[in-house]
Design a protein. Sequence first.
Length: 428
Amino acid sequence: MSDSLKVALLGCGVVGSEVARLLQEQAEDLTARIGAPLELAGVAVRRPNRHPDIDPSLITTDARELVARPDIDLVIEVIGGIEPVRSLLLEALKSGKSVVSANKALLAEDGATLYEAAAGAGVDLYYEAAVAGAIPLLRPLRESLAGDRITRVMGIVNGTTNFILSRMDATGAGFDEALAEATELGYAEADPSADIDGFDAAAKAAILAGLAFHTRVTTSDVYREGISDVTSADIASAKAMGCTVKLLAICERTEESVSVRVHPAMIPRTHPLAGVSDAYNAVFVEAEAAGSLMFYGRGAGGAPTASAILGDLVAVARNKLNGGRGSGASTYADLRVVPMADVHTRYHVALDVADRPGVLATVAGAFAEHGVSIQTVRQEGRGDAATLVLVTHSATDAALAKTVDGLGGMGFLRRPANVLRVEGMPSD
């Protein structure tokens, strides 16, 4: 049996404390799987008195000193945020320490700098826990499907928003009521903006697209919309179409470009993602040879995320013992990231209109003027309560936006158009 590999743990909150617990409870199994014992050699925290379950001799408030220790072999980072974490991880990588991180925000914003440092030092940077918690997703994209061409990745990657939309669908509740329930049950933070405004999902989408399409993608490349404008009327209208509403991360590839976006969308109830409820995550992958695959499970939480971290830790520890490193980032394709205006999809457009002759013809003319073809149209209500509901064929976002702007200047429209994208239809 080889000498032990010493591990530094940066952060000991909900996830970090689970990592520390599993390192201790599964020590024998981990040793057998790796070929050497893992030794937790230090834990960097901000408030030492809040961690009674950790051996006090391991606790330090000086993360930089812990990372710099020459006896440390592996670093686990679960602090989150950009700085000082970026500097800490760069120091670790450049000094020959492999890193396991759950930091989606940092990886999506400046993963390239970390990848370069890891490659230069011949060490690993693994981050399975950064997207979809315990679901094995990133490694299959990076390794199992490395011989295939992935064309689309579409998924539910934020449990908070999925819980809210699931409750709206199941109970008819409005957004505010469903958010309050999510907060009460602990699914939503006191400040839920990172989730409900789509920032969390956008960071994960950037990571997924980069791996799937071998192209450098950052959060600034991702189009983002949150769910706070989704209404109970939208949910009811989706039901009438045989659909449900989900916040989706959608990454698509053509021959010469990729598009990456996060927004609420209607999907048919027959689609595999439609049945993913509550705080679960699922990602649907389409590849040329493998066909359609779906990855499903708990996307967050202390124990699920710790499971993904331990899986990465076993992999990088084995590589360390063998004197090598696993597969790193691949950006050889270097595809152009297209703006949202050029992305094609379908749309569900609800128009509150005056119920009088000629309105439908005028609306149809406005859509035709901008090259947006209407697939179906129906009217709900009459008189002052009339609503036209249209579903389009595939069109660019720019064309739909021009159409909606043009409708806004017409006297028969009582309030701005309500637009939701439609994904996952059979011909998409």
